[in-house]
Design a protein. Structure first.
Length: 445
């Protein structure tokens, strides 16, 4: 008999030292899920939201109705962009450990979620990323130097030192500024999409958040507005199984998928293998086309795994088995696309090794260039007075006072430094041995 007075607490599948257990992840074989027409009634997407759209099988073959028709060049682009994202990620993680940048968030293991989606969308579409979507910026062509300068908070930082590392933006590339406050990008994306529809324009919006962030009220408000106004938006939930140390079951992932929340409120839902480049590409293209045709929003759940720590401030060995990623049933997104290209006869080990070398060399050169604009402990520094700019058209009196006080303080410090430098120069000159022009003894001493 069930004890109704007992509170249900979702069980974590495995803690440190225990055997990883992913039996809770519902899988479908590659190619098994139907691809409905774009005008499919929302209620008929319930099954799609509970199954798993997969294209690539374990042998690297592309199967079934979702397999997108992509040229070998396009597939190689996808591989190059995912590898660029991954190697940048590895380098920045190391730079944080060396104390060169203050903080970093990796997207390791989740590269396909961002890279394939950005490639499937139109360059005019407006993207509202989370902090774990580096691949979106890489695909849109944000210079790696710009991303690095943002992480260094240096003189070329687009955020002028006002944001945590990884919260980049680019109005030109249509990449909305990333907020550290979870889920704010969802209502912003829906509002942007509504505005695009009101103006009769074709660009759509796309937003990403983690499964843990679906607990935020912003997620629910956004879904309601998107449903009511059939906003042209693609809403992505990246289910990487963890929200810092909190397992996806606590975010509501038990029994029903996150994608099922779409049809629950009247939005099409799709659950997709997030480590399958081709499946993410096809699902995004389908949802984008639906939105552009006026059939409304789609909620896509990308099933993936956060292969690294939450951030450089986290130690996952405290709360999950160390070898969990090795047991993840959906494999590694980069390996899987590579295997597909090899199976097609369009890639080999030698080309792969050359590509890795080229990307590493570019990252090294870009990092050197970024450092010229300043680092945490050396090089040019941002002017602290910048903190008063860009918020108010006319600076309020109390802030004007603070700015003046800061200017006076900085001037005093500059004078003190100059005086100290002059004093030390004079002391050095006094202690210096006589020059060749005045050898010892020649002046009578
Ligand atoms: C409104 C808000 N609440 C809490 C936090 C602290 N916080 C930062 S990231 C995070 C976990 C988010 O997990 P998830 O949404 O699954 O995204 P993931 O990090 O896995 O990509 C939390 C709780 C925050 N930044 N903002
Ligand atoms: Mg998560």
């Amino acid at each position: 008999m069930t004890d109704v007075s007992r509170l249900h607490v979702p069980a974590v599948p495995a803690r440190p030292g225990e055997r990883p257990d992913f039996s809770y992840v519902g899988l479908s074989p590659a190619g098994a899920v139907d691809r409905p027409p774009l005008d499919v009634p929302v209620a008929q997407t319930v099954a799609l939201a509970e199954s798993l759209v997969r294209v690539l099988d374990d042998d690297g073959r592309a199967l079934g109705p979702w397999a997108p028709q992509l040229s070998a060049d396009r597939l190689r682009d996808g591989l190059r962009l995912m590898l660029t994202t991954r190697l940048l990620d590895e380098r920045m993680q190391r730079m944080q450990r060396q104390g060169r940048i203050s903080f970093y968030v990796r997207s390791f293991g989740e590269e396909a979620v961002s890279v394939a989606a950005a490639m499937a969308l139109d360059p005019q579409d407006m993207l509202f990323p989370s902090y774990r979507n580096q691949g979106l910026h890489v695909v849109r062509g944000m210079p790696l130097v710009d991303m690095m300068c943002q992480m260094l908070s240096n003189t070329r930082d687009m955020c002028r030192g006002r944001q945590l590392p990884v919260l980049y933006h680019s109005a030109r590339l249509r990449l909305f500024s990333i907020s550290g406050n979870l889920a704010t990008q969802y209502p912003q994306a829906v509002g942007w999409a509504m505005a695009s529809a009101i103006r009769g324009e074709s660009p759509i919006a796309a937003a990403w958040l983690g499964e843990g962030s679906t607990a935020e009220a912003d997620f629910h408000h956004a879904l309601l507005f998107a449903k009511v106004y059939r906003a042209p938006v693609v809403l992505n939930v990246v289910n990487n199984q963890w929200a810092i140390s909190t397992f996806q079951g606590f975010a509501g992932g038990e029994q029903r998928s996150f994608a099922a929340r779409g049809p629950a409120v009247g939005i099409a839902g799709l659950r997709v293998d997030g480590n399958d480049f081709l499946a993410v590409y096809a699902a995004t293209a389908w949802a984008a086309e639906r939105a552009r045709c006026g059939f409304g929003a789609t909620l896509i759940e990308h099933v993936t795994y956060r292969a690294g720590a939450h951030s450089t401030s986290d130690d996952p060995s405290r709360y999950r088995p160390r070898d969990e990623y090795e047991h993840w049933p959906l494999g590694d997104p980069v390996d899987r696309l590579q295997r597909h290209l090899v199976a097609l006869g369009e890639w080999d080990e030698a080309r792969h090794a050359t590509l890795l070398q080229q990307i590493e060399a570019k990252i090294t050169a870009d990092w050197k260039e970024a450092l010229r604009h300043g680092a945490l402990s050396e090089g040019p520094k941002l002017d602290p007075a910048l903190m008063f700019d860009d918020v108010f058209e006319t600076l309020p009196e109390h802030l004007r006072q603070q700015r003046d006080e800061l200017a006076a303080e900085l001037a005093t410090r500059r004078d003190e430094r100059a005086a100290a430098a002059a004093a030390s120069d004079a002391a050095a000159a006094a202690a210096a041995p006589p020059t060749a022009a005045a050898p010892v003894g020649q002046d009578g001493s």
